[in-house]
Design a protein around this ligand. Structure first.
Ligand code: FEO
Ligand code: CA
Ligand code: CA
Ligand code: CA
Length: 601
């Protein structure tokens, strides 16, 4: 048995063993099914999928590439209908185009890539007879947002001198969103989505002569010379030598209201600009809304934003429009973590210090509140647009790649995936700290944060490392104090989610232990805390993301199946999900209990 009973309800399944299969592997008694995949129709009139003859016009109506975050937004009053919102993070042209020539892309290929980015909004219904989810081509709500969809810039840096370009002298309208990684669902039924590795699509940072501008571009990793995808040949906004401010128009949290298909999506400058993994919110006891965020880069930071305004409850138009303004005004903070064990006990090996835990206290350091900056030498607009440089000035703590940072609504604590940091301790880089205790960290950790008095607006907190991931047989791993002989190996945590019981679910990206990535669950309370069990694995080369844990199903995004070194359309490493000799297709997968029962029971 697996410790059955109430204690483990929700996570009571037979763990899946690590493997290298080119399929989804689920526990005994479960079954999986693709809900939607790259190229499937989203909006009415979408042509049928034709890999060999793809066009930009078709892609703009079809499900985009490399789906990452996945949200199901409940339709008020309906138990069995949702608007599903998916991020399409990035394109991998070598898996999209036969005979791909990276040095000489065609305009059509580039425009297909632009259309394959952004988001999809798809009506999803649960068939009451079969119990299965179905994606619908709905004419009222379904929508594609791409790299050419106009976005409205809001918050304190809207209209800033740093956001003005030759095409947009107002600095308030940006075409498109890109590298949308993870995200969060708000209580008012919108989606927050993080623009993450936006630097990679730009060219010629080295041709920028102003040293201040060049230093800002360098802190965000904007590349020298031509870009990998050569988009600068087709739209000069990707050429920093011509349009250096276009860089400053990406790297935000964007908000999409799936119920208002005619409203432009929003870029929220108040939440700062960095490699946003995502943003997840909780309503504090006083009604203010708090968003938690990670900057996914080695040695970068964790942030939070506390709104000035309070939430209005209910689904009325008036309440929703009020709530959709909450993220325009508030205070942006960055995190500083302090360990409670002597520095001499943090030796970089991952061995627990004598108090038995990697833990300590911390504070949220304010960076700016609307038009007021708290950072010496920075105006407020500079804090919002060059947030990394502002945070550098105030002693923020360098983390091991903060991915999802998500409050658990059951206990008000915050859980963050620190995916890995193989550079920790390298020459010229920071070494081990109690919050990042391993040198050359390949497997990552999961941190638990408890705000003072469980008040999410507080500026002080306690923290501990819930999981120090890796091979449970290795001395440098820790599973919340649970017996390590009874847990599943877990490596490179990326996304976190919570089920209806408050258990933590974790999806992984980049498993450094040699098997495929997957989805894991662990209780957080009592004797079962840290009892990590693997719920599924994804096919070869894929990462698991966007998990949604409903009592009737689990949804996962299967991103970049077949993405392994040396693979291409000519040499596919995966044939999932269509099988045979087909090309791999990023997809959303639903998992059910075969007998129709509740997940994890
Ligand atoms: Fe796109 Fe931070 O993973
Ligand atoms: Ca300690
Ligand atoms: Ca991620
Ligand atoms: Ca990742």
């Amino acid at each position: 048995g697996f410790g059955g009973g109430r204690r483990t309800a929700g996570v009571n399944f037979e763990p899946v063993a690590p493997n290298r299969e080119d399929k989804i592997v689920v526990p005994k008694g479960y079954t999986d099914e693709v809900l939607i995949r790259w190229g499937d129709p989203v909006v009415p009139g979408a042509p049928k999928w034709d890999f060999e003859n793809q066009t930009a016009a078709a892609q703009a109506k079809q499900f985009g590439f490399n789906n990452d975050y996945c949200a199901l937004v409940p339709i008020p009053g309906c138990d069995d209908k949702w608007l599903m919102v998916n991020n399409h993070e990035y394109t991998a042209e070598e898996f999209m185009f036969r005979g791909w020539n990276k040095d000489n892309p065609t305009r059509e290929q580039v425009e297909i890539a632009w259309a394959a980015h952004g988001q999809s909004v798809v009506l999803v219904e649960r068939n009451r007879r079969t119990g299965r989810l179905e994606a619908k081509v709905d004419k009222q709500y379904n929508r594609r947002i791409t790299l050419t969809t106009p976005f409205e810039v809001r918050g304190p840096a809207a209209g800033s001198q740093y956001l003005k370009t030759s095409v947009d002298p107002t600095g308030t309208v940006v075409l498109g969103t890109q590298n949308n990684c993870s995200g969060g669902l708000t209580p008012w039924g919108t989606i927050l989505s993080g623009e993450e590795n936006v630097n990679q699509y730009f060219a010629n940072a080295d041709k920028v002569t102003d040293p201040v501008v060049a230093a800002r571009l360098a802190r965000y990793g904007f590349p020298k010379g031509t870009s990998t995808r050569k988009w600068e040949r087709f739209d000069k906004r990707f050429d920093l030598a011509q349009e250096p401010n276009e860089a400053n128009r990406f790297g935000y949290i964007v908000e999409i209201d799936p119920f208002e298909p005619n409203q432009p999506p929003i870029k929220h400058t108040a939440l700062g600009r960095f490699k946003h993994e995502g943003a997840n919110v909780i309503v504090a006891r006083d009604g203010r809304v708090v968003a938690y965020m990670g900057d996914d880069e080695r040695f970068d930071y964790m942030y939070k934003f506390v709104t000035d305004g309070k939430i209005k409850h209910g689904h009325s138009k008036r309440a929703r429009e009020h709530n959709k303004r909450l993220l325009d005004s508030g205070t942006l903070y960055v995190a500083r973590f302090t360990g409670d064990s002597p520095a001499a006990e943090i030796d970089g090996s991952g061995k627990l210090p004598s108090d038995g835990e990697f833990d300590g206290t911390g504070e949220w350091i304010p960076l700016a509140h609307n038009n007021k900056s708290f950072v010496p030498g920075f105006t407020a607009e500079e804090v919002y647009v060059f947030t990394r440089l502002a945070a550098d000035k105030v002693g923020a703590t360098k983390m091991d790649r903060p991915e999802d940072v998500e409050p658990n609504l059951h206990n008000r604590r915050i859980y963050a995936a620190l995916t890995n940091n193989t550079d920790r301790g390298k020459a010229g880089k920071e070494g081990a700290t109690e919050v990042a205790p391993r040198l050359g960290n390949k497997n990552g950790q999961v941190i638990e944060i408890e705000e003072r008095f469980s008040d999410n607006t507080a500026t002080r907190f306690k923290w501990n490392l819930l999981l120090v991931c890796g091979d449970p047989k290795a001395a440098d791993t820790y599973f919340g104090g649970y017996d390590k002989t009874k847990v599943s190996p877990i490596s490179c945590p990326d996304n976190v989610a919570f089920d209806g019981y408050g258990h933590l679910w974790i999806s992984t990206d980049g498993n450094a232990l040699g098997s495929n990535d997957g989805l894991f669950a662990t209780p957080l309370e009592g004797k079962e805390r840290g009892h990590v069990r693997q719920f599924l694995t994804v096919p070869i080369g894929a990462e698991t993301c966007g998990p949604i844990i409903d009592e009737r199903f689990v949804l996962v995004s299967v991103q970049h199946p077949g993405e392994v070194d040396g693979a291409s359309v000519e040499k596919p490493a995966s044939h999932w999900p269509d099988g045979g000799t087909s090309q791999p297709r990023p997809s959303v997968v639903a998992v059910y209990k075969t007998n129709g029962g509740r997940i994890g029971t």
